[in-house]
Design a protein. Sequence first.
Length: 260
Amino acid sequence: MFRVQRAFTQLGGRAHGPGALARAADLDDSTVYRILQSGVHQGIFVREGRGLYRLGSAAPQLGLKALAHSPAPEAAHALLEALRRATGGLAFLYLLAPFGGAHRQCVDMAVGDSDLTELGMTPRAVHAVEHSLRVGAAGRAILAYLPETIQSEVLDRPVPAEAGPGAYQDDVRLLASLDRIRARGYALGHEECAAGWNECAAPVTWDGLVMGAVLVMKPKQIMTRCPVTVIEAVERTAADLADLGRGRPAGSDGNDTRTK
């Protein structure tokens, strides 16, 4: 199932036939056809007619099945703590949420002694903004690697009212930002989620599929422009988390630790 989903993302576009998917996935046609039929019943794939299929709205949830083999929480948290120390910022790990459509969910953070409410992040704002894939560096780092059909669904949703002044209100500019993220492999945000806070995020990918993103937030007066050292630390942490997700030691330099 994962190889066929990855084939959709590799081929691009909206819909594809079993033959093209089989070649991209390096599987035989009959195997791909059976996978497609099974996926249609689960909402992972949608039959378009004339032998064509596209990814369905349940496609992001497929990747979450890999979480059954996710790294021990202590190992992932240790990486976030190391990222916090290396950057002097607040470190967060987001994953695609399993229910309620395509959105993200904060599963771990390393914020030291900080109280998020003292930082101007109210529970309502955190719930509304931090779930959106169209707002914030972490959201856009995930959105950039999702299929076009799912991107369209996300763009159809309004920008949360609690979003910061730097949130992308225009869909054209937002889509252009996704192109930049794919080109360089990381995302930068300026007061998107909260006024006075800038961000740097990198996608976490397993076997070519985006599972989530690692984020560092720092006050804008401290990080007006994101230094290379912060970008590299965030990318390295995302790669290490990807290694852990595959059962490899962090920093094992496996292939496909990031998607570019």
